[in-house]
Design a binder for this molecule. Structure first.
Ligand code: PLP
Length: 377
């Protein structure tokens, strides 16, 4: 009954219809071994040492590669271990184009690469692909975008940017952390590598740090990335890989509920007298809504921001007054989080000082709306 037309929700729920070939267990075992014995002929049985690979990674990597429509996936110890591995093989003088508004941790890392390693980095606004085209040069090796820019949720036309990158001889890497493969498949839109911090929606329970890269092609850059994981050593632990697979089994249903809740909240607060604006790609008034509707075929997800009237103090007051939303960083878990983003991003932050970022979870939408109403009042 397993076939190529099988829905991603089915593939996820059954973790790739996993049945252990030896024990018939429906859940994979955790292989905690760091090393694997040779046989009497001194031959290896497929694994050598856990920094090179571990059987516990295999079902999670295979499932993600299938969902993304990619050639292969690699798990890493954190989102940043994965994302930085894409840039690690760059050589002196090569050039990267990345968004002005993006996850601040990776942006900081790109600035450090540029200062210390002689990699040129241009930060542009990719919501207008013409800005990417203008920044392209003969040394441009990687164009990097986010499906929805964190934390303003601007929308980037992936296919348009992929064409510009390829026409200029560069590859396109896409951070799709906030839009998992059940809603968006960047590789099908022309991207070469797709990245997720699995700490977020893929695991979904705020209890495992991890990252994953998936490649469209098993090419030379992918071989370099394999070497980075092996020699820099940012490998995921087997227990974390096992928890990730367990979390992914409920991704489809979590995503559906978070998307419904976020849309209900966005509609309720759009035009609210205490707010300057609600930023949510699922609202028809959002400037990127049409592109988002085309690219996010399974829902807009749980990430949104609110610009509070009255500046930073008013926004911070709301973050202090919520009772259900948890005032914490991160996103994509079952519990709703709220965060004054500029406080976390530090002095280089371009984020409006009155912006509150919401990661909407799977609780009751009415309870979440009531909590925000009481905090705003
Ligand atoms: N990309 C995005 C969009 C993120 O939100 C984050 C973390 O917040 C990361 C990358 C980094 O992932 P990690 O914290 O797992 O290293």
């Amino acid at each position: 009954m397993r076939n190529s037309k099988m829905s991603p929700a089915t593939d996820l729920a059954q973790a790739g219809h996993f049945i252990d070939p030896e024990t018939r267990a429906v859940v994979p075992p955790i292989t905690s071994a760091t090393t694997f014995a040779r046989d009497k002929d001194y031959a290896l049985g497929g694994y050598i040492y856990s920094r090179d690979g571990n059987p516990t990674y295999d079902p999670a990597e295979a499932l993600i590669a299938r969902l993304e429509g990619g050639a292969a996936s690699l798990l890493f110890a954190s989102g940043l271990a994965a994302a930085s591995a894409v840039f690690e093989p760059l050589r002196l003088g090569q050039h990267v184009i990345a968004p002005k508004v993006m996850y601040h941790g990776l942006q900081d890392w790109l600035r450090i690469l540029s200062d210390r390693r002689g990699i040129a980095v241009s930060f542009v606004d990719p919501t207008d692909p013409a800005h990417v085209a203008e920044a392209m040069g003969s040394e441009t090796a990687i164009v990097w975008i986010e499906t929805l820019s964190n934390p303003t949720w601007d929308v980037v036309d992936i296919a348009a940017v992929a064409k510009i990158a390829h026409d200029g001889g560069a590859m396109l890497g896409v951070d799709a952390t906030v839009t998992p493969p059940i809603t968006c498949q960047p590789l099908a839109l022309g991207a070469d590598i797709v990245f997720h911090s699995t700490t977020k929606y893929l695991n979904g329970h705020s209890d495992v740090t991890g990252g994953v890269l998936t490649t469209a092609k098993d090419d030379a850059h992918w071989a370099d990335i394999n070497k980075v994981r092996k020699y820099v050593g940012g490998v995921m632990g087997p227990f974390e890989a096992w928890l990730l697979l367990r979390g992914m089994r409920t991704l489809a249903i979590r995503w559906e509920r978070a998307s419904e809740n976020a849309l209900a909240i966005a509609r309720h607060f759009d035009g609210h007298p205490k707010l300057e604006r609600v930023l949510y790609a699922g609202l028809p008034g959002h400037p990127g809504h049409d592109v988002a509707a085309r690219q996010l075929t399974g829902g807009f997800g749980g990430m949104m921001s609110m610009l509070v009237n009255g500046g930073a103090d008013a926004a911070l007051n709301v973050a202090k007054k919520v009772e259900l939303f948890v005032p914490a960083t991160s996103l994509g878990g079952v519990e709703s989080l709220i965060e004054h983003r500029a406080s976390v991003e530090g002095p280089a932050s371009l984020t409006p000082k009155n912006l509150l970022r919401l990661s909407v979870g799977i609780e009751d939408a009415g309870d979440l709306i009531a909590d925000l109403e009481q905090a705003l009042s």
